[in-house]
Design a protein around this ligand. Structure first.
Ligand SMILES: [Zn+2]
Length: 542
């Protein structure tokens, strides 16, 4: 026997079997009970939420031989509606090429009495795809339909339906199905199919289905044919290229610990197995959303990705969680503008590890710049953010002074160094490393080349963590290795923070007469950076 996909095999045949859409069902049932049947309905909603299924069940309820309102599924009307050959229940797919023809046929035949039932029901799917000519033809019929004719129009894009049609229909909005309902539905099916499953496998499929029953069941179909009669979350992850929730939580933990090395290692290992990076990005947003919701409400029922035990294990502040979510949501929009998805995700996570949220930055600013405040500053300034916890293991860093930086800026005015800097700048994107050095190479690549003199590359970064890592003595051999293999030359790298650079540059430029010459020889672009600051401010003000 041919294999029947779950979606067809378990398609609901009565109102009571439908997953979700309670409001729609109640209204349709009542309209039959109260005999207030309209001549035209519009079913709107996302794909796979049961619009056509509902239209067929409604058609049964109108035409069942056992009485209006029932869907016995035994009488000849019910049976032929189920298999789709009822002469009075006509389905038209407006997305098909011949919709004008179909609508013309429809209009020519609309006046004829139904053949074997009370109502003649036209179900027009994807009605927004109808041509204007077809729409106009339909409109004429909708103006004065015969008593026995009922139209059910279905669409995923109600905004494309012309107002003259909209004004003549009774509209129903179908909602996305909640993950819990999708899971319950899958559980029922798997029990009937004698397939064993773990809870997390269904949770993951539900999260991939975006509220669509059809999508959830077609994913389930694929999974069962892949894994056989026992499915696990590992099967789901493997089949659909997903990272496990355990690994995603590891990333979140590493972000808290600012453990960039382990984040990058984990990503690299998983990307080699073909994970879906954009899905991973969305999962991180959803996990942070869960953590924030749980902190605010303490209600485990709102959790979709993780359970309350796990949620309680991440004591991240609300401000910090909102900051992470904002950053990830903004970064997600940028995937369409980048060729290298992995690199974009890496940079985004790097930014998250630089974890002073704008709100805390603002606090710090207020403390540092009391002169800017016209009102008298409070006496008890909160110094919490300045508390220093001594580490038992302090790694040696490159030692340098402001004078060192200024002398590099002085030297790099010579033509030789300017040319070299331009050349390096142009080839900056070629920086690469592999294995152990890949992590360092990404940090170097994402720093900003400012000046070059005496074989020293002066770079800046906005991220404290990036600066610290690139300044560590223990990392210098790897840094040199990356630079040598990328530029075929042995240069030293001096990475300083953006603010430090700005400060040094200001001191330096006050001593120089010809400012224009300088600004062209050193990569200043302060404007570009202040745009980022503005951007941070925007998030803060939201
Ligand atoms: Zn029946």
């Amino acid at each position: 026997m041919a294999y029947i996909p779950f979606y067809n095999k378990y398609r609901p045949q009565t109102f009571d079997e439908v997953v979700g859409q309670e409001a729609v069902i109640t209204t349709l049932k009542n309209s039959i009970k109260d005999n207030k049947i309209s001549h035209a309905y519009l079913f709107c909603g996302p794909r796979g939420t049961g619009k056509t299924t509902m239209a067929r069940i409604f058609a049964k309820a109108l035409n069942c031989e056992k009485g209006q309102g029932t869907q016995c599924n035994e009488c000849s009307n019910c049976k032929s509606i189920t298999i789709g050959d009822h002469p009075d229940v006509i389905e038209i797919d407006a997305a098909s090429n011949s919709s004008v023809e179909s609508v013309r046929d429809l209009i020519e035949n609309v006046a004829y009495q139904p053949i074997k039932s009370k109502y003649k029901i036209y179900i027009i799917d994807e009605v927004h795809n109808m041509s204007n000519a077809a729409f106009n033809a339909l409109l004429k019929t909708l103006e004065e339909p015969p008593d026995f004719v009922i139209f059910i129009l279905a669409t995923t894009e109600p905004q494309k339906i012309i107002p003259t049609i909209l004004s003549r229909v009774q509209r129903f909005d179908f909602e996305k199905i909640s993950n819990n309902l999708l899971i319950k539905n899958m559980e029922n099916i798997l029990k009937k199919e004698n397939v064993k499953y773990d809870e997390n496998s269904l949770k993951t499929i539900a999260s991939l289905s975006d509220g669509g029953v059809r999508d959830s069941l077609s994913l389930l179909d694929q999974l069962v044919s892949y894994a056989g009669n026992s499915i696990t979350v590992e099967d789901v992850n493997k089949l659909f290229g997903l990272m496990s929730i355990e690994n995603e939580l590891k990333i979140i933990d590493y972000i808290e610990k600012k453990d960039i090395q382990n984040i990058f290692q984990l990503l690299r290992d998983k990307v080699n197995t073909g994970i879906d990076i954009i899905k991973l990005h969305q999962d991180l947003i959803d996990i942070y959303k869960d953590l924030l919701l749980f902190r605010v409400t303490n209600n485990p029922n709102f959790l979709e990705m993780i359970d309350s035990n796990i949620a309680a294990n991440f004591p991240i502040s609300n401000t910090q969680l909102s900051y992470y979510i904002d950053q990830l949501v903004i970064a997600k929009r940028e995937y369409k503008n980048t060729d290298n998805l992995l690199s974009h995700l890496q940079i985004t996570l790097l930014k998250l590890t630089d974890s002073i949220s704008p709100v805390e930055q603002k606090k710090e600013k207020v403390i540092n710049e009391p002169k800017l405040i016209s009102e008298p500053s409070p006496v008890n300034v909160n110094t919490e953010s300045k508390t220093f916890t001594p580490s038992t293991h302090i790694e040696e860093k490159i030692k340098y002074t402001k004078e060192d930086v200024i002398s590099i800026l002085n030297l790099c005015n010579s033509k030789e160094f300017v040319d070299k800097r331009v050349e390096l700048s142009n080839n900056w994107s070629n920086i690469k490393g592999d294995g152990k050095s890949e992590f360092i190479s990404i940090l170097i690549k994402n720093s900003h080349l400012r000046a070059f003199a005496n074989n020293i590359l002066l770079v800046t970064s906005l991220l404290d963590d990036q600066v610290n890592t690139l300044q560590k003595i223990s990392n210098q051999p790897l840094i040199k290795e990356v630079i040598k293999s990328s530029f075929n030359n042995e240069y030293n790298l001096l990475c300083i923070s953006y603010s430090e650079f700005k400060e040094c540059y200001t001191i330096f430029s006050t001593k120089v007469k010809n400012k224009e010459t300088i600004s062209s020889n050193i990569n200043i672009q302060f404007d570009q950076l202040s745009k980022r600051d503005e951007f941070m401010k925007e998030i803060l003000d939201d």
